[in-house]
Design a protein around this ligand. Sequence first.
Ligand code: NAD
Ligand code: GLY
Length: 373
Amino acid sequence: MTPQANPISFQTVDIALEDRSYGIHIGAGLLNASDSFRDLPAAHSAMIVTNDTVAPLYADRLQRSLESRFRQIHMVCLPDGESHKTWESLNLIFDALLARGCDRKTVLFALGGGVVGDMTGFAAASYMRGVPFVQVPTTLLAQVDSSVGGKTAINHPLGKNMIGAFYQPQMVLCDLETLNTLPPRELSAGLAEVIKYGPIADMGFFDWIEANMGSLMAREPAALAHAVQRSCEIKAWVVGQDEREAGLRAILNFGHTFGHAIEAGMGYGAWLHGEAVGCGMVMAARLSQLLGGVDAAFVQRLTRLVQAAGLPTVAPVLDTHDNLGRYLALMRVDKKSEAGEIKFVVIDRLGSAVVRSAPDALVAQVIAESVRT
Ligand code: NAD
Ligand code: GLY
Protein backbone atom coordinates (compact mmCIF):
# COMPACT_ATOMS: atom_id res chain seq x y z
CA MET A 1 0.00 0.00 0.00
CA THR A 2 1.42 3.44 -0.88
CA PRO A 3 1.42 6.34 1.57
CA GLN A 4 -1.67 8.49 1.27
CA ALA A 5 -1.28 12.18 0.60
CA ASN A 6 -4.62 13.12 2.08
CA PRO A 7 -4.99 13.11 5.85
CA ILE A 8 -6.94 10.20 7.29
CA SER A 9 -9.55 11.06 9.91
CA PHE A 10 -8.25 10.65 13.43
CA GLN A 11 -8.82 11.80 16.99
CA THR A 12 -6.09 13.34 19.10
CA VAL A 13 -5.80 13.07 22.86
CA ASP A 14 -3.36 15.64 24.22
CA ILE A 15 -1.07 14.85 27.07
CA ALA A 16 -0.13 18.08 28.82
CA LEU A 17 3.38 17.99 30.30
CA GLU A 18 4.71 21.51 29.64
CA ASP A 19 7.65 21.25 27.22
CA ARG A 20 7.19 17.47 27.08
CA SER A 21 3.57 17.64 25.87
CA TYR A 22 2.50 15.57 22.88
CA GLY A 23 -0.48 14.20 21.00
CA ILE A 24 -1.80 10.66 20.94
CA HIS A 25 -3.29 10.26 17.46
CA ILE A 26 -5.91 7.53 17.12
CA GLY A 27 -7.41 6.40 13.81
CA ALA A 28 -7.66 3.62 11.24
CA GLY A 29 -4.97 3.59 8.55
CA LEU A 30 -2.66 6.17 10.14
CA LEU A 31 0.40 4.06 9.33
CA ASN A 32 -0.26 4.56 5.62
CA ALA A 33 -0.34 8.33 5.81
CA SER A 34 2.95 10.24 5.56
CA ASP A 35 0.99 13.23 6.86
CA SER A 36 0.74 11.49 10.25
CA PHE A 37 4.35 12.44 10.99
CA ARG A 38 4.29 16.05 9.84
CA ASP A 39 4.82 17.49 13.35
CA LEU A 40 8.08 15.65 14.03
CA PRO A 41 11.37 17.54 14.37
CA ALA A 42 13.49 17.67 11.21
CA ALA A 43 16.18 14.98 11.17
CA HIS A 44 18.45 13.24 8.71
CA SER A 45 17.80 9.72 9.89
CA ALA A 46 15.27 7.47 11.56
CA MET A 47 15.62 4.05 13.18
CA ILE A 48 12.60 1.75 13.24
CA VAL A 49 12.82 -0.63 16.20
CA THR A 50 10.50 -3.59 15.85
CA ASN A 51 10.47 -7.35 16.27
CA ASP A 52 10.43 -10.38 14.03
CA THR A 53 6.63 -10.80 14.30
CA VAL A 54 5.60 -7.20 13.63
CA ALA A 55 8.23 -6.37 11.00
CA PRO A 56 6.73 -8.53 8.21
CA LEU A 57 3.28 -7.09 8.96
CA TYR A 58 3.91 -3.35 9.28
CA ALA A 59 7.53 -2.26 8.83
CA ASP A 60 7.14 -1.58 5.09
CA ARG A 61 4.13 0.65 5.66
CA LEU A 62 5.90 2.69 8.28
CA GLN A 63 9.05 2.91 6.22
CA ARG A 64 7.15 4.21 3.16
CA SER A 65 5.31 6.79 5.24
CA LEU A 66 8.61 8.05 6.64
CA GLU A 67 10.43 8.26 3.32
CA SER A 68 9.40 11.84 2.57
CA ARG A 69 10.74 13.05 5.95
CA PHE A 70 14.00 11.15 6.46
CA ARG A 71 16.90 10.60 4.04
CA GLN A 72 18.00 7.46 5.83
CA ILE A 73 15.64 4.98 7.45
CA HIS A 74 17.28 2.12 9.32
CA MET A 75 15.66 -0.82 11.02
CA VAL A 76 16.56 -3.15 13.86
CA CYS A 77 14.51 -6.27 14.42
CA LEU A 78 14.53 -7.70 17.95
CA PRO A 79 13.56 -11.20 19.05
CA ASP A 80 9.89 -11.28 20.02
CA GLY A 81 8.58 -11.75 23.54
CA GLU A 82 8.58 -10.64 27.16
CA SER A 83 11.48 -13.00 27.87
CA HIS A 84 13.57 -10.83 25.51
CA LYS A 85 12.88 -7.58 27.34
CA THR A 86 16.48 -7.67 28.48
CA TRP A 87 19.90 -6.02 28.43
CA GLU A 88 20.81 -8.22 25.48
CA SER A 89 17.95 -6.90 23.33
CA LEU A 90 18.58 -3.34 24.45
CA ASN A 91 22.18 -3.72 23.32
CA LEU A 92 21.02 -4.82 19.88
CA ILE A 93 19.38 -1.37 19.55
CA PHE A 94 22.54 0.43 20.68
CA ASP A 95 24.66 -1.74 18.35
CA ALA A 96 22.44 -0.83 15.40
CA LEU A 97 22.40 2.89 16.25
CA LEU A 98 26.18 3.03 16.52
CA ALA A 99 26.88 0.80 13.53
CA ARG A 100 24.71 3.03 11.31
CA GLY A 101 26.24 6.27 12.57
CA CYS A 102 23.00 7.53 14.14
CA ASP A 103 23.36 10.93 15.80
CA ARG A 104 21.59 12.94 18.49
CA LYS A 105 18.81 13.95 16.12
CA THR A 106 18.03 10.47 14.87
CA VAL A 107 14.38 9.69 15.64
CA LEU A 108 13.61 6.21 16.98
CA PHE A 109 10.26 4.66 16.05
CA ALA A 110 8.95 1.92 18.34
CA LEU A 111 6.82 -0.27 16.08
CA GLY A 112 5.19 -3.05 18.08
CA GLY A 113 3.65 -3.86 21.42
CA GLY A 114 4.62 -2.79 24.91
CA VAL A 115 7.82 -4.82 24.94
CA VAL A 116 9.23 -3.05 21.88
CA GLY A 117 7.84 0.28 23.10
CA ASP A 118 9.37 0.03 26.59
CA MET A 119 12.77 -1.03 25.25
CA THR A 120 12.86 1.55 22.46
CA GLY A 121 11.92 4.27 24.92
CA PHE A 122 14.71 3.23 27.26
CA ALA A 123 17.19 3.14 24.36
CA ALA A 124 16.03 6.63 23.29
CA ALA A 125 16.39 7.92 26.85
CA SER A 126 20.00 6.80 27.07
CA TYR A 127 21.49 6.79 23.54
CA MET A 128 23.78 9.83 23.43
CA ARG A 129 21.98 10.94 26.63
CA GLY A 130 18.65 11.20 24.88
CA VAL A 131 17.26 11.19 21.33
CA PRO A 132 13.66 11.77 20.17
CA PHE A 133 11.36 8.80 19.81
CA VAL A 134 7.87 8.04 18.56
CA GLN A 135 5.57 5.31 19.79
CA VAL A 136 3.72 3.38 17.07
CA PRO A 137 1.86 0.83 19.23
CA THR A 138 0.39 -2.16 17.42
CA THR A 139 -1.21 -4.07 20.31
CA LEU A 140 -4.33 -3.03 22.17
CA LEU A 141 -2.39 -3.05 25.43
CA ALA A 142 0.22 -0.71 24.02
CA GLN A 143 -2.38 1.62 22.48
CA VAL A 144 -4.36 1.99 25.71
CA ASP A 145 -1.48 2.03 28.16
CA SER A 146 2.20 1.35 27.60
CA SER A 147 2.85 3.79 24.71
CA VAL A 148 1.45 6.69 26.73
CA GLY A 149 3.12 8.40 29.66
CA GLY A 150 6.84 7.82 29.18
CA LYS A 151 7.57 4.81 31.37
CA THR A 152 10.36 2.85 29.72
CA ALA A 153 12.12 -0.24 31.05
CA ILE A 154 13.63 -3.66 30.71
CA ASN A 155 13.11 -6.59 33.07
CA HIS A 156 15.64 -7.98 35.55
CA PRO A 157 15.51 -11.68 36.50
CA LEU A 158 14.68 -10.52 40.05
CA GLY A 159 11.92 -8.08 39.10
CA LYS A 160 9.75 -6.77 36.33
CA ASN A 161 10.55 -3.41 34.69
CA MET A 162 13.19 -2.78 37.33
CA ILE A 163 15.69 -0.95 35.11
CA GLY A 164 14.34 2.03 33.20
CA ALA A 165 13.64 5.73 32.95
CA PHE A 166 10.82 8.21 32.58
CA TYR A 167 11.18 9.55 29.04
CA GLN A 168 8.34 10.95 26.98
CA PRO A 169 7.88 10.26 23.26
CA GLN A 170 7.40 13.05 20.69
CA MET A 171 4.07 11.57 19.68
CA VAL A 172 2.01 8.38 19.81
CA LEU A 173 0.38 7.04 16.68
CA CYS A 174 -2.31 4.40 17.24
CA ASP A 175 -3.37 2.83 13.96
CA LEU A 176 -6.49 0.87 14.90
CA GLU A 177 -6.20 -1.28 11.76
CA THR A 178 -3.14 -3.01 13.23
CA LEU A 179 -5.40 -4.58 15.85
CA ASN A 180 -6.96 -6.79 13.14
CA THR A 181 -3.89 -9.05 13.04
CA LEU A 182 -3.54 -9.36 16.81
CA PRO A 183 -3.88 -12.94 18.14
CA PRO A 184 -7.06 -13.34 20.28
CA ARG A 185 -5.02 -13.94 23.44
CA GLU A 186 -3.24 -10.60 22.94
CA LEU A 187 -6.52 -8.79 22.34
CA SER A 188 -7.76 -10.14 25.68
CA ALA A 189 -4.55 -9.04 27.38
CA GLY A 190 -5.14 -5.50 26.14
CA LEU A 191 -8.70 -5.55 27.42
CA ALA A 192 -7.37 -6.06 30.96
CA GLU A 193 -5.76 -2.62 30.86
CA VAL A 194 -8.95 -1.13 29.38
CA ILE A 195 -11.07 -2.61 32.19
CA LYS A 196 -8.58 -1.24 34.73
CA TYR A 197 -9.54 2.37 34.00
CA GLY A 198 -13.13 1.86 35.17
CA PRO A 199 -12.80 1.04 38.88
CA ILE A 200 -9.92 3.48 39.39
CA ALA A 201 -11.32 6.49 37.55
CA ASP A 202 -14.57 6.22 35.62
CA MET A 203 -17.40 3.83 36.48
CA GLY A 204 -19.40 5.19 33.53
CA PHE A 205 -16.64 3.75 31.32
CA PHE A 206 -16.82 0.48 33.27
CA ASP A 207 -20.57 0.29 32.53
CA TRP A 208 -19.81 0.97 28.85
CA ILE A 209 -17.18 -1.82 28.75
CA GLU A 210 -19.64 -4.25 30.32
CA ALA A 211 -22.28 -3.35 27.74
CA ASN A 212 -19.82 -3.53 24.83
CA MET A 213 -17.56 -6.46 25.69
CA GLY A 214 -19.08 -8.51 22.83
CA SER A 215 -18.30 -5.74 20.33
CA LEU A 216 -14.78 -5.35 21.69
CA MET A 217 -14.11 -9.08 21.46
CA ALA A 218 -15.50 -8.99 17.88
CA ARG A 219 -13.08 -6.09 17.13
CA GLU A 220 -15.84 -3.77 15.98
CA PRO A 221 -13.97 -0.64 14.87
CA ALA A 222 -16.22 1.88 16.63
CA ALA A 223 -15.99 -0.01 19.94
CA LEU A 224 -12.20 -0.33 19.73
CA ALA A 225 -11.86 3.33 18.80
CA HIS A 226 -13.89 4.41 21.84
CA ALA A 227 -12.00 2.05 24.17
CA VAL A 228 -8.62 3.35 22.99
CA GLN A 229 -9.67 6.99 23.11
CA ARG A 230 -11.30 6.90 26.57
CA SER A 231 -8.41 4.86 28.01
CA CYS A 232 -5.89 7.36 26.64
CA GLU A 233 -7.92 10.28 27.98
CA ILE A 234 -7.91 8.80 31.48
CA LYS A 235 -4.22 7.94 31.32
CA ALA A 236 -3.35 11.40 29.98
CA TRP A 237 -5.36 12.98 32.81
CA VAL A 238 -3.50 10.95 35.44
CA VAL A 239 -0.01 11.35 33.93
CA GLY A 240 -0.62 15.08 33.37
CA GLN A 241 -0.97 15.47 37.15
CA ASP A 242 1.79 13.10 38.23
CA GLU A 243 4.29 12.34 35.48
CA ARG A 244 6.91 10.68 37.69
CA GLU A 245 4.58 8.77 40.01
CA ALA A 246 5.02 10.79 43.16
CA GLY A 247 1.52 9.68 44.15
CA LEU A 248 -1.58 9.58 41.95
CA ARG A 249 -0.04 7.78 38.97
CA ALA A 250 0.38 4.63 41.03
CA ILE A 251 -3.38 4.02 40.73
CA LEU A 252 -2.66 2.92 37.13
CA ASN A 253 -1.10 -0.11 38.77
CA PHE A 254 -4.44 -1.52 39.92
CA GLY A 255 -4.01 -5.31 39.84
CA HIS A 256 -0.29 -5.02 39.10
CA THR A 257 1.16 -5.87 42.54
CA PHE A 258 -0.39 -9.35 42.36
CA GLY A 259 0.02 -9.40 38.57
CA HIS A 260 3.75 -8.70 38.52
CA ALA A 261 4.27 -11.47 41.10
CA ILE A 262 2.40 -13.88 38.83
CA GLU A 263 4.42 -12.83 35.77
CA ALA A 264 7.78 -13.12 37.53
CA GLY A 265 6.81 -16.26 39.48
CA MET A 266 5.61 -18.11 36.38
CA GLY A 267 8.62 -16.94 34.33
CA TYR A 268 8.27 -13.94 32.01
CA GLY A 269 6.12 -14.80 29.02
CA ALA A 270 4.30 -17.80 30.53
CA TRP A 271 1.36 -15.58 31.49
CA LEU A 272 0.94 -12.49 29.33
CA HIS A 273 1.23 -9.21 31.20
CA GLY A 274 -2.45 -8.47 30.57
CA GLU A 275 -3.49 -11.93 31.77
CA ALA A 276 -1.59 -11.44 35.00
CA VAL A 277 -3.13 -7.99 35.41
CA GLY A 278 -6.63 -9.38 34.75
CA CYS A 279 -6.26 -11.97 37.50
CA GLY A 280 -4.42 -9.45 39.68
CA MET A 281 -7.34 -6.99 39.42
CA VAL A 282 -9.75 -9.62 40.70
CA MET A 283 -7.38 -10.25 43.61
CA ALA A 284 -7.00 -6.51 44.28
CA ALA A 285 -10.79 -6.09 44.15
CA ARG A 286 -11.22 -8.84 46.75
CA LEU A 287 -8.60 -7.14 48.93
CA SER A 288 -10.50 -3.87 48.46
CA GLN A 289 -13.62 -5.64 49.67
CA LEU A 290 -11.85 -7.01 52.75
CA LEU A 291 -10.66 -3.46 53.47
CA GLY A 292 -14.20 -2.10 53.15
CA GLY A 293 -13.90 -0.15 49.86
CA VAL A 294 -16.26 -2.20 47.67
CA ASP A 295 -18.92 -4.85 48.19
CA ALA A 296 -19.05 -8.50 47.11
CA ALA A 297 -21.36 -7.59 44.24
CA PHE A 298 -18.67 -5.42 42.67
CA VAL A 299 -16.03 -8.15 43.02
CA GLN A 300 -18.39 -10.56 41.23
CA ARG A 301 -19.10 -7.95 38.54
CA LEU A 302 -15.40 -7.38 37.90
CA THR A 303 -14.70 -11.13 37.92
CA ARG A 304 -17.42 -11.69 35.29
CA LEU A 305 -16.07 -8.88 33.12
CA VAL A 306 -12.49 -10.17 33.30
CA GLN A 307 -13.77 -13.63 32.36
CA ALA A 308 -15.83 -12.19 29.50
CA ALA A 309 -12.64 -10.62 28.17
CA GLY A 310 -11.16 -14.12 27.96
CA LEU A 311 -8.79 -13.57 30.87
CA PRO A 312 -7.90 -15.88 33.79
CA THR A 313 -9.40 -15.18 37.21
CA VAL A 314 -7.87 -18.13 39.10
CA ALA A 315 -4.36 -17.37 40.32
CA PRO A 316 -1.52 -19.84 39.72
CA VAL A 317 0.28 -21.67 42.52
CA LEU A 318 3.81 -20.28 42.42
CA ASP A 319 5.31 -22.63 44.99
CA THR A 320 3.77 -25.90 46.11
CA HIS A 321 5.58 -25.77 49.49
CA ASP A 322 5.16 -22.11 50.41
CA ASN A 323 2.86 -20.36 47.97
CA LEU A 324 2.10 -17.41 50.23
CA GLY A 325 5.81 -16.91 50.99
CA ARG A 326 6.64 -16.94 47.29
CA TYR A 327 3.91 -14.40 46.44
CA LEU A 328 5.05 -12.14 49.29
CA ALA A 329 8.71 -12.36 48.30
CA LEU A 330 7.89 -11.48 44.69
CA MET A 331 5.53 -8.67 45.66
CA ARG A 332 8.21 -7.07 47.82
CA VAL A 333 10.28 -6.50 44.65
CA ASP A 334 7.65 -4.03 43.42
CA LYS A 335 8.48 -0.41 42.74
CA LYS A 336 5.66 0.68 45.04
CA SER A 337 7.24 -1.15 48.00
CA GLU A 338 8.75 1.03 50.69
CA ALA A 339 11.31 -0.39 53.14
CA GLY A 340 10.13 -3.88 52.23
CA GLU A 341 6.47 -3.04 52.91
CA ILE A 342 4.22 -4.17 50.07
CA LYS A 343 1.80 -1.58 48.69
CA PHE A 344 -1.43 -2.36 46.86
CA VAL A 345 -3.72 -0.25 44.72
CA VAL A 346 -7.16 -0.76 46.22
CA ILE A 347 -10.54 0.69 45.37
CA ASP A 348 -11.67 2.92 48.23
CA ARG A 349 -14.99 3.69 46.51
CA LEU A 350 -16.17 2.87 43.00
CA GLY A 351 -14.27 5.02 40.49
CA SER A 352 -11.52 5.92 42.97
CA ALA A 353 -8.35 4.16 44.08
CA VAL A 354 -5.67 4.62 46.71
CA VAL A 355 -2.26 3.05 47.35
CA ARG A 356 -1.83 1.45 50.75
CA SER A 357 -0.40 -1.46 52.67
CA ALA A 358 -2.66 -4.23 53.95
CA PRO A 359 -2.57 -6.58 56.93
CA ASP A 360 -0.71 -9.80 56.13
CA ALA A 361 -3.70 -11.89 57.15
CA LEU A 362 -5.93 -10.24 54.54
CA VAL A 363 -3.31 -10.62 51.82
CA ALA A 364 -2.91 -14.28 52.78
CA GLN A 365 -6.69 -14.75 52.61
CA VAL A 366 -6.88 -13.21 49.13
CA ILE A 367 -4.06 -15.40 47.81
CA ALA A 368 -5.48 -18.56 49.36
CA GLU A 369 -8.97 -17.89 47.94
CA SER A 370 -7.68 -16.84 44.53
CA VAL A 371 -5.73 -20.02 43.82
CA ARG A 372 -8.64 -22.16 44.95
CA THR A 373 -11.68 -20.72 43.16
P1 NAD B 1 4.11 -7.55 23.45
O1 NAD B 1 4.84 -6.32 23.14
O2 NAD B 1 4.88 -8.76 23.81
O3 NAD B 1 3.15 -7.88 22.22
C1 NAD B 1 2.35 -9.02 22.28
C2 NAD B 1 2.58 -9.96 21.07
O4 NAD B 1 1.86 -9.46 19.95
C3 NAD B 1 4.01 -10.06 20.63
O5 NAD B 1 4.25 -11.38 20.20
C4 NAD B 1 4.07 -9.10 19.47
O6 NAD B 1 5.12 -9.36 18.57
C5 NAD B 1 2.74 -9.33 18.83
N1 NAD B 1 2.19 -8.23 18.05
C6 NAD B 1 2.31 -6.90 18.28
N2 NAD B 1 1.53 -6.23 17.44
C7 NAD B 1 0.92 -7.13 16.65
C8 NAD B 1 -0.03 -7.03 15.61
N3 NAD B 1 -0.57 -5.87 15.24
N4 NAD B 1 -0.44 -8.16 15.00
C9 NAD B 1 0.05 -9.38 15.40
N5 NAD B 1 0.91 -9.53 16.40
C10 NAD B 1 1.34 -8.42 17.03
O7 NAD B 1 3.07 -7.32 24.65
P2 NAD B 1 2.09 -6.11 25.02
O8 NAD B 1 0.94 -6.75 25.68
O9 NAD B 1 1.87 -5.21 23.89
O10 NAD B 1 2.93 -5.29 26.09
C11 NAD B 1 3.29 -5.87 27.33
C12 NAD B 1 4.47 -5.12 27.88
O11 NAD B 1 4.11 -3.77 28.10
C13 NAD B 1 4.98 -5.65 29.18
O12 NAD B 1 6.38 -5.78 29.12
C14 NAD B 1 4.59 -4.59 30.20
O13 NAD B 1 5.47 -4.53 31.27
C15 NAD B 1 4.62 -3.36 29.36
N6 NAD B 1 3.79 -2.28 29.87
C16 NAD B 1 4.35 -1.06 29.99
C17 NAD B 1 3.59 0.00 30.43
C18 NAD B 1 4.19 1.37 30.48
O14 NAD B 1 3.57 2.28 31.02
N7 NAD B 1 5.35 1.58 29.91
C19 NAD B 1 2.24 -0.19 30.74
C20 NAD B 1 1.70 -1.45 30.59
C21 NAD B 1 2.48 -2.50 30.15
N1 GLY C 1 1.04 1.47 33.33
C1 GLY C 1 1.24 2.22 34.51
C2 GLY C 1 1.77 3.59 34.28
O1 GLY C 1 1.98 4.01 33.17
O2 GLY C 1 1.97 4.29 35.21
